[in-house]
Design a protein around this ligand. Structure first.
Ligand SMILES: Cc1cc2nc3c(=O)[nH]c(=O)nc-3n(C[C@H](O)[C@H](O)[C@H](O)COP(=O)(O)OP(=O)(O)OC[C@H]3O[C@@H](n4cnc5c(N)ncnc54)[C@H](O)[C@@H]3O)c2cc1C
Length: 445
């Protein structure tokens, strides 16, 4: 099969087949796997996607949708297939006082910039906003407010999806719920999300951020657990960070406010072991806080690490097992295992607000996210780190954990089947209904 089957397509966007022009879609943020597509559709309209799907189906060419390509192990790649690049479909439409309809290729950064003009915000923002709305809704979308609102896929009113037959379908919890729940967190296996309608809430004006640097992981976990129970902070995260003297364990918690109200700082700091000479209190606008990673990105671009391989594993653990995991890994973890600027994110979330069937959670009312932000200096180091990720995953499974599969943990179809658990049945049924030819490659066995 050649890329020429797409050459007669008359599209609003563009079809590119030249290997230099399609190289971006053969790669991703992970920088570990490279799979060249036959062609890339830079979609300019829904009609473009429909036309390209008809050609792909007639010629039995696999199709993968792509947002910003910020997954780490080929999740948005397809060898000898068609990549549908959504990034030019980025219009923000119909902004009302409690919801917005947005094209799937818009970044969260652009969406937030627009909603803030009206004093509004999505409930959950990922730490980095340079991802697409369609991309995180196809995965989950975890953020520092997930302990309150679940993941981004739990905060969607409706979707417009182009299915494999080229039909544009509107779906929601009430309308075609089988499609809605097969697409949210579905990694593009049942259709292309082209638009999403999301609820909005009043945005706070400012953020008071507290950073407490504990000497042990147990201190951090104990503190996070009690803060989660009392719900004191709007934003709750944590990090394991390298220092010259070894690892430190940072509570990262924030309270949102709008003047004339001010946070009760004495209350915020009570019982969390805050030491003024060691720890930090920062105050910023909500926008500065939401885009706080921009500075880190600039730094990593300077060191070259932003463009080096990123073997990042993301795991979820039941509350009862988080200490088993951390004591195991921290006993032997060296800075070189994470790379020069490497660190580990770790924080708890209550699961009450989570209800996306394909976002696979461990059992229990509370779960911990552990995300290893590893930076590899070369391909050999990246391979070692990916192998280490797999060992972390196997340990997680033995402890009742799950993966958040946006990262770099090698996953076979058998792993996908285990990962999906009971949700596989409904995903398989939806796939039979909306993509019987497996035009969108099926990941599970
Ligand atoms: C620096 C950085 C920070 C991050 N921080 C967070 C974080 O805080 N929380 C979090 O949850 N994640 C985080 N991630 C992970 C990131 O949110 C996910 O990998 C997300 O899927 C990336 O969005 P994307 O637009 O780049 O998607 P892509 O990588 O392009 O695609 C991801 C998957 O979704 C599918 N897909 C993409 N668009 C569509 C569509 N329109 N319709 C159907 N399927 C589609 C693709 O086929 C692929 O399987 C981070 C990643 C990076 C690089």
């Amino acid at each position: 099969m050649t890329s020429s089957v797409f050459s007669h397509l008359n599209v609003d966007g563009a079809v590119v087949t030249d290997p230099t022009a399609t190289a971006f879609a053969a790669a991703d943020f992970g920088g570990i796997i490279n799979r060249a597509p036959l062609a890339v559709l830079r979609a300019g309209s829904i009609a473009d996607i429909q036309a390209a799907l008809h050609v792909a189906a007639a010629n039995n060419i696999p199709v993968v949708p792509r947002g910003c390509g910020h997954t780490s192990l080929g999740q948005a790649q397809v060898l000898n297939g068609l990549v549908i690049d959504l990034t030019a479909m980025d219009e923000i439409r119909d902004l009302a006082e409690d919801q917005v309809t947005v094209d799937a290729g818009a970044t969260w950064n652009a969406l937030l910039a627009r909603t803030l003009q009206h004093g509004l915000t999505p409930r959950v923002l990922t730490d980095y906003l340079g991802t697409s709305v369609g991309g995180t809704l196809s995965a989950g979308g975890i953020g520092g407010t997930s302990h309150r609102y679940g993941v981004q896929t739990d905060n969607v009113l409706s979707l417009d999806v182009v299915t494999a037959d080229g039909m544009l379908r509107h779906c929601s919890p009430a309308e075609l719920p089988d499609l809605f729940y097969a697409v949210l967190g579905g990694f593009g296996q049942c259709g292309v999300i082209v638009r999403a309608t999301l609820p909005l809430i009043a945005a706070p004006e400012r953020v008071r951020r507290i950073k407490v640097y504990y000497p042990t992981i147990d201190d951090l976990i104990t503190s996070q657990r009690s803060l989660l129970a009392v719900g004191r902070f709007d934003f709750l995260q944590g990090e394991i960070l390298p220092t010259q003297d070894g690892w430190v364990y940072m509570l990262d918690a924030a309270s949102y406010y709008t003047r004339p109200d001010e946070p009760d700082e004495e209350l915020l700091l009570s019982g969390i072991g805050f030491v003024a000479s060691r720890d930090k209190i920062e105050d910023s606008s909500y926008w500065e806080f939401a885009t706080r990673l921009d500075e880190t990105v600039t730094y990593l671009e300077g060191t070259g690490e932003w463009h080096a391989p990123h073997p990042w594993p993301n795991l979820l653990f039941p509350d009862a097992q988080i200490e088993s995991f951390t004591s195991g890994i921290m006993a032997a973890l060296e800075q070189t295992d994470m790379g020069a600027s490497g660190l580990i994110l770790i924080y708890p979330m209550t699961t009450a607000a989570f209800d996306t069937p394909l976002f696979r959670l461990p059992d229990g009312d509370t779960v911990y996210l552990v995300a290893g932000l590893r930076f590899a200096s070369d391909a050999a180091k990246a391979r070692d780190m990916v192998a280490a990720n797999r060992r972390w995953y196997d340990t997680a499974i033995s402890l009742g954990g799950t993966s958040y599969p946006t990262g770099a943990i090698p996953f076979t179809s058998t792993d996908w089947t285990r990962h999906l658990g009971a949700a596989q049945v409904t995903l398989a049924e939806a796939k039979d209904r909306y993509d019987p030819l497996n035009l969108f490659p099926r990941r599970f066995a």
